[in-house]
Design a binder for this molecule. Sequence first.
Ligand code: G6P
Length: 598
Amino acid sequence: MCGIIGYIGRPPALPVLVGGLQRLEYRGYDSAGVATLGPGGVFHRKCAGAIASLAEHLNGRIEADRSGSGIGHTRWATHGEPTAVNAHPHFSCDGKVAIVHNGIVENHATLRDALTARGHTFASETDTEVLAHLLEEAYSGGDPLRAVGRALREVHGSYALAILFSDHPDFLVAARRFSPLVVGLHPEGNLVASDIPALLPITRDIRLVDDGQMVALRRERVDAYTFDLEPCRLKTQRVAGGWADTQQQGFPHFMLKEIHEQPDVVRRELMGRWNGDSEELRMAERALRNARRAVIVGCGTAWHAGLYAKYLLESLLGLPADCCLSSELRYAPPPLDERTLVLAISQSGETADTLQALRLARERGAATLAITNTPASSLAREAQGAWINRAGVEVGVAATKTYVAQLSALALMIRRVANRNDLIEPLTRIPDQIQEILRQDEAIRKIAERFLDGYDFMYIARRFNVPTAFEGALKLKEISYLHAEGYAAGEMKHGPLALVDEGLAAVAVAPRDDVYDKILSNVEEIRCRKGAIIAVVTRGDRKLVRRADASIEVEATEDVLSPLLTIIPLQLLAYHMATILGRNVDKPRNLAKSVTVE
Ligand code: G6P
């Protein structure tokens, strides 16, 4: 969701803040703002739009800046439209407290009424602004740290906060409850941010702020406390992955770069794990062997990976498995007990619904295992075991390489427990096979061009590729804004077939597997109702190619592994359709990379 950054140090604050915000922009990009404290007092600038607009509004100030500390924010609106007024920082009535916030103040309406009755005037419609006014009351010239601890006792909800007190140019305060927050240490100054990548070009010396902790950031040191002002320690985080991951490296978009990284992502995911005896494999094996049942949770793309896990667990291991949307499990949990393994899948490891689902599972005594791309994430830390994907930083909002990393991890661990040694060799061939598919990029672009006008899209598949159909449709809708649905092909007759006419294109994911003939029949049903067919087929499949209006070939592999290949052309198809339409594929409208609020 929103991204926050705070900085205090010798080099001027504005360039550091704007640079950090640019790297946090994938968390939200509908408006942005900064506040700094320097020789001339507090300066602030806020505007609607992306960080580039903020940089324009700063108009030469960045170069001339002499401020020693500041806070910044990039917003994904939840309360109040994305306007300059609603952009953060928000200020107290006397202007002495400035605050940036990621999260949601759930009791903001009650607090706002009470504060208004006590004479406070609100400038924005946001939930965050109540925090600035609460702090103003709690502070009133006293001790800022004590004020933060006191004010936060009244707040329900989630937050990562960075706060600037104009009376105290020597420090910033930051605090966390349920929203990620990290500290970066550097000899020239210290930083706080909602995400590690924001800090990487400046420092790799990272500390993690835990729930219920706050920090006082000074130029030369950082002190951590509980909200009751008990001193505490921050955990150190080793940073893996390169800064190169957050550079575009000549690709026109991060998404395309990340699609092309997938052969290496799978290679890295397999390294030391494909037949080896890694710690993660042993941990996953223990967890799966102890379970009588698995419940998989995730949101969006991660939920699709979860659906793949369900098919694998049931077909390879015979382990009963449910795949639940995290947001549903929270309020309608299936029975969970100590023989249930809850497998929580999340690229970011910070998705609010998935984290809460994991917490609920723990409360009910279930065993928990996280699969995440973010080792420092709350999910990785709170689950009993964590499998860390090796996809590297994913910047594009639409998940691509992390999905393939999740599928690889699931295939690896479930294969191992099922003792399916016959799958090892096919797994090791996947990276080269993905590379082969990537070579068809230009052909896929032409298909995108051809079907761009006048179609709705229906993605259909069976068995292991049902998640592929869901994920392919999600990719298309999230970045192109075209209408697309994913269906298990067997469901066509139960409703969706009514939609088929010459304005519908069906993307049939139909590798040569043991349900191939079934999907062929579905293709016929669509063709005879004048629907167009774009088929994803196994190389050499003449039968379906002849029936399709366009086709894309993937290499032959084992049925259970085909989803690792079939998703690649669908990512490219979505990418090309969206770019031809001129969409901002890396930052699609209304979406955010990491959804840290419910
Ligand atoms: C957001 C992203 C999706 C992602 C989902 C779950 O909606 O835009 O790409 O699949 O969150 O994120 P997670 O970090 O939990 O995998």
